[in-house]
Design a protein around this ligand. Structure first.
Ligand code: BGC
Length: 515
């Protein structure tokens, strides 16, 4: 047996191994699941504002929209029917993530990615070719199934593949791709809206197939994670994969710990009832609250409102493109900041800094809008004034993009022990999708009633969740994923929930503590 030594660096425990090209490319392909998610979030807004699309599928909405031109900036026309079309994706994703949980656990992470790819491929084709609303909605539901499967499997896949000290960086490629997906969809919509003949929306919707092809073909060639291979009894293959992804033969300590984790996991027959046990209370709490909090930052609502603000600056018909380009660039760069710092500064620093930045920006934006628009919503706004609103919107977006955006997916994927990992990740996906759905349903109505107060409303949530993180989320950077129980055990609050016998001797911390 090779040395298998555990390197202890500044008191931190690490397995041998380095970042290999192999693991990088593998994670790059898997993170194209983020492109699927992002493209589908981004594409619907633009398509549902194209006249030709409305006329074909929602003629009554089109008629009403033309007749009800509201001059109040707060109360733009809204249709529940259109919102329902957009939201059907989130509901489908919510349900699909539960099915994906079983598939990810029993057949491996990559088969869930494969199902995601195929489902999005068919859904995009149906959407691109749709001749009636039924086909359109069936297509949209298939996209939702794809998003459910991708978001359930990809973050877990990335976290399991990555060496512990680079896990944050590799996992955040998922959010980077999500951000790029939203950006590309916005730019594509801008271009296709200009296609004469009124079939531009077909191009926008059909292009969703591109990331689906990447992940469908990619998943056939990807290796599954060592954790999943061991869990399913393919121990020799797991050794080979582990040594390839770590770039060393000295993998025995990590391998042994994975085997211990897998044996414990086999003792668990029903992950769904198991996750309710007292010892999993910290993970269950985070699985629910982190995605919930991520959505009540107001990110999707503010992204939706951004083009209106850009219009106010005077970009006119170019407003949606400018908004997409400026916000897209800010978000991509800020996600890169997160990638570069998450494993050094840690998750907590980013959560606390990003959260504080978001609170301040939301209060400033709410106040700036309140001063100019009051409660009436009519105003002529000077350019410098509107530019300052947009600057603070961008600072808010930046704060989100290096904190809650990526960490809302990273942290849940790295905190569950193997026996409840698939179930836990499904809870995270479904809560995220549910709150996104509710937000989408009520945002325009809320905005119309709460007016600028909506920014204060969201900042109240961000304040609450920032305090929550400060008190209840332990730092998870650099901790091997199968050793995470030690982090909870040491926590001032969560430690009470975990009995000594729940921390098993296979864990590094325990073997390390031996003389
Ligand atoms: C969130 C999405 C959001 C996106 C914005 C993701 O992490 O889950 O709801 O639209 O970030 O970049």
């Amino acid at each position: 047996m090779a040395g298998g030594a555990i390197i202890s660096n500044n008191g931190r425990v690490e397995y041998p191994g380095k970042m290999t090209l192999f693991v990088f490319l593998t994670c790059l392909v898997a993170s194209s699941g983020g492109l699927i998610f992002g493209y589908d979030i981004g594409v619907s807004g633009g398509v549902t504002s194209m006249d030709s699309f409305l006329l074909k599928f929602f003629p009554s909405v089109y008629k009403e929209e033309k007749e009800n031109v509201s001059t109040n900036q707060y109360c733009k026309f809204d249709s529940q029917l259109l919102t329902a079309f957009t939201s059907s994706l989130y509901l489908a994703a919510l349900i699909a993530s539960f099915v994906a949980s079983t598939m990810t656990r029993m057949y491996g992470r990559r088969w869930s990615m494969f199902v995601s790819g195929v489902s999005v491929l068919v859904g995009s084709a149906l959407n691109g070719l749709a001749e009636n609303v039924l086909i359109l909605i069936v297509g949209r539901i298939l996209l939702g199934v794809g998003v459910g499967f991708a978001n359930q499997s990809v973050p877990v896949y990335l976290s399991e593949m990555a060496p512990a000290r680079l896990r944050g960086m590799l996992n955040i490629c998922f959010q980077l791709m999500t951000t790029i997906g939203i950006f590309v969809a916005n730019v594509v919509n801008y271009g296709t809206a200009k296609i004469s003949g009124g079939w531009g929306w077909r191009v926008s919707l059909a292009l969703g197939a591109v990331p689906a092809v990447i992940i469908t073909i990619g998943s056939l060639f990807l290796f599954d994670t060592p954790n999943s291979l061991i869990e399913r009894g393919h121990k020799e293959k797991a050794k080979v994969v582990l040594s390839r992804i770590r770039g060393t033969d000295d993998i025995y300590h990590e391998y042994d710990d994975l085997v211990v984790a897998s044996e414990e996991s086999k003792a668990v027959k029903h992950p769904w009832s198991n996750i309710l046990k007292r010892k999993y209370r910290p993970q269950l709490t985070m699985a629910i609250l982190i995605p919930f909090f991520q959505q009540v930052t107001g990110i999707n609502a503010i992204m939706l409102y951004a083009p209106v603000l850009f219009k106010t600056i005077g970009f006119g018909t170019e407003a949606s493109l400018m908004s997409a380009v400026i916000i897209g660039v800010v978000k991509v760069l800020s996600t890169l900041v997160s990638i570069a710092t998450v494993d050094k500064l840690g998750r907590r620093v980013l959560f606390l800094q990003g959260g504080t930045q978001m609170i301040i920006c939301q209060i400033i934006v709410g106040t700036l809008i309140a001063i100019k628009f009051g409660t009436e919503g009519h105003a002529i706004v000077s350019k410098p004034y509107a530019i300052s609103v947009v600057v603070f919107i961008c600072l808010y977006m930046a704060g989100f993009a290096w904190s809650w955006g990526p960490l809302g997916w990273l942290v849940p994927s790295e905190i569950f022990p193997l026996e409840i990992r698939s179930a836990g990740q499904s809870i995270t996906v479904s809560v995220n999708m549910f709150v996104t759905f509710v937000n989408a349903q009520i945002f325009l109505t809320l905005f119309c009633h709460m007016k600028f107060g909506l920014f204060y409303f969201f900042s109240g949530w961000v304040t609450m969740m920032t305090i929550f993180i400060a008190l209840f989320l332990p730092e998870t950077k650099n901790v091997p994923i199968e050793e995470m129980v030690l982090v909870w055990k040491k926590h001032w609050f969560w430690g009470k929930f975990i009995a000594d016998e729940d921390v098993h001797v296979g864990n590094i911390g325990m073997s390390n503590s031996k003389p």
